[in-house]
Design a protein around this ligand. Structure first.
Ligand SMILES: NC(=O)c1ccc[n+]([C@@H]2O[C@H](COP(=O)([O-])OP(=O)(O)OC[C@H]3O[C@@H](n4cnc5c(N)ncnc54)[C@H](OP(=O)(O)O)[C@@H]3O)[C@@H](O)[C@H]2O)c1
Length: 264
């Protein structure tokens, strides 16, 4: 494991992909900084990481709030004097038709899924320069590559995230700095339960597609491999990955398939 002597900051560490990233990266020597809103859950995750031999520090924050992003980024740098890797996993999805969705819901999704990771990355640039590099892992989505029904605000946020971090990949001149963009397909986590509906209330349902998705442990193993190999983009999932090929080569078929599959 290449990250056993590194300071790794994970947002969205209280559940799903972020929690599993913390578990798998919790090896002796590693120092993990864990962020989400639910401090009690973060403390449980931290205790589990410590049992596995890592140091773990809880930095609870509500990343919907612009000032909280600034404060938590400063706290992350102050905690260990450096941040070698930041994994932007905090995020929220959507389950509602575009027509009828309160635009405020779209704004909330943009705030968490786009403005939070980019604002935190902005805050970390001086530290990456000072320490001679670092790694940013942006957890995007296949919804950041293609459009899916019931997720227009989410697709918009993930497309924006993809564009921002891809532009960063090709323009930065920070020595030793690396950006990995991850595009998960359907991974078995609580994301559909936590997704926002038209009025901003949680969907509360484990979608069949989610329930039958890739186990989160497998997804995270692939992310860590991509980090170790310094890959630039990685698409992770089951047969939904084929959709990208269909989207590119047979767009008419894609529109039919996505319309049918996306609602599940
Ligand atoms: N699972 C999938 O199929 C899938 C597919 C594609 C992409 N992704 C992406 O993967 C990432 C992780 O999703 P997941 O599947 O692990 O979902 P999840 O289990 O719902 O986890 C979401 C995480 O984000 C945190 N979060 C939510 N609102 C927050 C806020 N205002 N401030 C700080 N943290 C907040 C949650 O913690 P608190 O509630 O404690 O704040 C939780 O730790 C997301 O970016 C998601 O878009 C997931």
């Amino acid at each position: 494991m290449l990250f056993n002597d590194q300071v790794v900051w994970i947002t969205g560490a209280s559940s799903g992909i972020g929690q599993e990233m913390a578990r798998q990266l919790a090896v002796p020597g590693a120092r993990l900084l864990l962020t989400a809103r639910d401090e009690a859950r973060l403390q449980d995750v931290a205790a589990n990481c410590r049992q596995r031999g890592a140091e773990a520090i809880v930095l609870a924050a509500d990343l919907f709030q612009a000032d909280a992003r600034v404060r938590v980024a400063e706290a992350a740098v102050a905690a260990c004097g450096r941040v070698d890797v930041v994994i932007h996993s905090a995020g929220i999805s959507q389950r509602s038709f575009t027509e009828g969705t309160d635009p405020e819901v779209e704004r909330r999704i943009m705030e968490l899924d786009f403005f939070a990771p980019t604002a935190i990355t902005h805050k970390l640039f001086p530290q990456f320069r000072k320490q001679g590099g670092g790694m940013v892992v942006a957890i995007g989505s296949v919804a950041g590559l293609m459009g899916f029904p019931l997720r227009s605000g989410y697709c918009a946020a993930k497309h924006a995230l993809h564009g921002w971090f891809e532009a960063l990949q090709v323009e930065h001149d920070i020595p030793g700095f690396h950006v990995l963009i991850v595009h998960p397909g359907r991974i078995r986590t609580g994301i559909s339960k936590n997704a926002l509906t038209a009025t901003g209330v949680a969907h509360g349902i484990m979608d069949p597609g989610q329930k039958n998705g890739m186990p989160v442990e497998q997804c995270v193993r692939r992310i860590i491999r991509a980090m170790e190999r310094k890959e630039h983009q990685v698409l992770i999932g089951g047969k939904e990955r084929m959709l990208l090929w269909v989207w590119w080569f047979i767009p008419g078929l894609y529109r039919k398939l996505a319309g049918r599959l996306g609602g599940k």
